[in-house]
Design a protein around this ligand. Structure first.
Ligand code: BES
Ligand code: MN
Ligand code: ZN
Length: 493
């Protein structure tokens, strides 16, 4: 899909799109267009049951007086309510959905001057997010003409400010779509090395990328991460991405991702039904990679680190066993009671390493960590766990602004007790009660005083319900959210 901007006056061909707010008449430029049709607004709106609610439309073919094949009048909801940025993203998504349904190849959107560059950039973001689909392995692509070629031109005043805002926001969209692509890729295609190679490509954008192989990680004592990988033929990798767009001496911010390219459960094998979804158990690492790409593409004025632990969790003669005791890089000993609680083992060493090496301002890890988070929150919020109220507040605010919402869950000593082990310092599972919280308690054992947040995205990153901005299986959850967190709080202007 292609998005363009054009200065006025309008030279529309294809489909012309104008917006009308709830319970109102066409106003501004939309009014001029409507006037040219010579039609009676009240009669048409009544006939179409059009009230201006978001999602409602009036679809006129070959209207008189208008240089377009089709005029689409779309509802934009209540004025005032439309100010929130994510309402504009949804509006763009909704528009893409309509245009694809109509198999429109070209559309021109006529906007009024009140729309700010940031809002129009969200509309443009929503268009592309909705247009996305993952059909790489389909021999015949569904809806070829309705889908593959769609050009949308946004007609506005003040084109140059807008072009900058759009390009900036599209950088983040590209990051989200990269994350979705990575999550969708089948596990035979995207193993640990293949994922690492994708991350390595960020060097083209000025990101410094390093890879630690098994020997390097063994030297560092990363035995928790390595234990997960030892049952698989695929070698583990720790990939470290650094984007230095901020001041030279400023401490970096750090993002850490769980990258289990396939989670069979290991010896504590998962049930067969739905196991194919576990190709998406690298959703945290995908979001971190997409975020780093976004930050580098838009040249964010921040120093950011992305660390992803890439492993495959498989059952085999060399796999870790329930009962095994390992010593993590931090020195903490871990009794394995369930080999399917593997993500926390990967993160334990990745968090410790990041904190130790980079002394970051904060660490945020993303992980498809527990099925229990979907039991607690469903798929409308990701789970947030943190040792810091300020960081939590900023994350929650970024969630509300982007629609990638978070809900904070409690942590504390009583939960921490549940992972005490009879034979080692801790065990890797506290059983069913508070399963997402005990997983967070486990992670916190590998975090010192640095502000830290853990996002459990198991129920929001994959098997997503369709929304205005996504109809695909993977959502890319986390990229828009964390990009917004960085934009709003960490890019010293
Ligand atoms: N990768 C899974 C969690 C998951 C479940 C992600 C569903 C996405 C969708 C994780 O490694 C896991 O297996 N967690 C266990 C933890 C348990 C063994 C303590 C779980 O949730 O059952
Ligand atoms: Mn697991
Ligand atoms: Zn897992």
């Amino acid at each position: 899909m292609e998005i363009k901007t054009a200065a006025l006056p309008l030279k529309a061909t294809g489909t012309l799109v104008v917006y009308v707010a709830e319970d109102s008449m066409p106003a501004g430029r939309a009014a001029e267009v409507w006037k040219a049709t010579g039609l009676d607004w009240d009669k048409v709106a009544t006939a179409a049951s059009f009230k201006g609610k978001q999602g409602q439309l009036i679809d006129l073919l070959a209207p008189a007086g208008v240089a377009a094949e089709r005029l689409l009048v779309l509802g934009s909801g209540k004025t005032g309510q439309g100010g929130g940025l994510s309402a504009w993203t949804d509006r763009g998504g909704s528009l893409a959905g309509k245009l694809m349904n109509l198999k429109a190849a070209r559309a021109a959107v006529l906007l009024d001057d009140e729309a700010t560059p940031a809002q129009v950039a969200e509309l443009a973001a929503g268009l592309r997010l909705r247009h996305y689909r993952f059909d790489r392995y389909k021999s015949t692509k569904p809806d070829e003409n309705g889908h593959t070629s769609l050009t949308v031109t946004l007609h506005v005043d003040g084109k140059s400010a807008l072009d900058k805002a759009i390009a900036d926001r599209q950088a983040t969209v590209d990051g989200t779509l990269l994350a979705r692509d990575l999550v969708h890729q089948p596990p035979n295609v995207l193993g640990t090395l293949e994922f690492a190679a994708e991350a390595q490509k960020l060097t083209e954008l000025g990101v410094t990328v390093e890879q630690l192989d098994e020997a390097a990680m063994r030297k560092l004592g990363m035995n928790a991460l390595l234990a997960v990988a030892q049952g698989s033929d695929r070698p583990p990798r720790l990939v470290i991405m650094q984007w230095n767009g901020g001041k030279a001496k400023e401490a970096p911010i750090a993002f850490i991702g769980k990258g289990v390219v396939f989670d069979s459960g290991g010896i504590s094998l998962k049930p067969g039904l739905g196991m194919e979804d576990m190709k998406g158990d690298m959703g945290g690492a995908a979001a971190v990679t997409g975020l780093m790409q976004a930050l580098a593409t838009r040249k964010a004025r921040v120093n950011a680190i992305g660390v992803i632990g890439l492993v495959e969790n498989m059952p085999s003669g060399s796999a870790m066993r329930p009962g095994d005791i390992l010593k993590a890089m931090s020195g903490t000993t871990i009794e394995i009671v369930n080999t399917d609680a593997e993500g926390r083992l990967v993160l334990a060493d990745a968090l410790w390493y990041t904190q130790d090496r980079f002394k970051p301002q904060f660490m945020i890890n993303l992980a498809t960590l527990t099925g229990a988070i979907g039991v607690a929150l469903g798929n409308d919020h990701g789970g947030l766990f943190s040792n810091n109220d300020e960081l939590s507040g900023r994350l929650i605010a970024a969630g509300l602004a982007t629609g990638e919402k978070l809900w904070r869950l409690p942590m504390g000593q009583a939960y921490d007790k549940l992972i005490e082990s009879r034979f080692a310092d801790i065990k890797n599972s506290g059983g069913r009660p508070a399963g997402s919280i005990t997983a967070a308690q486990f992670l916190q054992r590998f975090v010192n005083d640095v502000p830290w947040a853990h996002l459990d995205i198991a129920a929001v990153a994959l098997a997503s319900p369709t929304s205005e901005t996504n109809t695909a299986w993977a959502s890319g959850f986390g990229v828009t959210l964390l990009d917004r967190l960085v934009r709003d709080n960490y890019e010293g202007k």
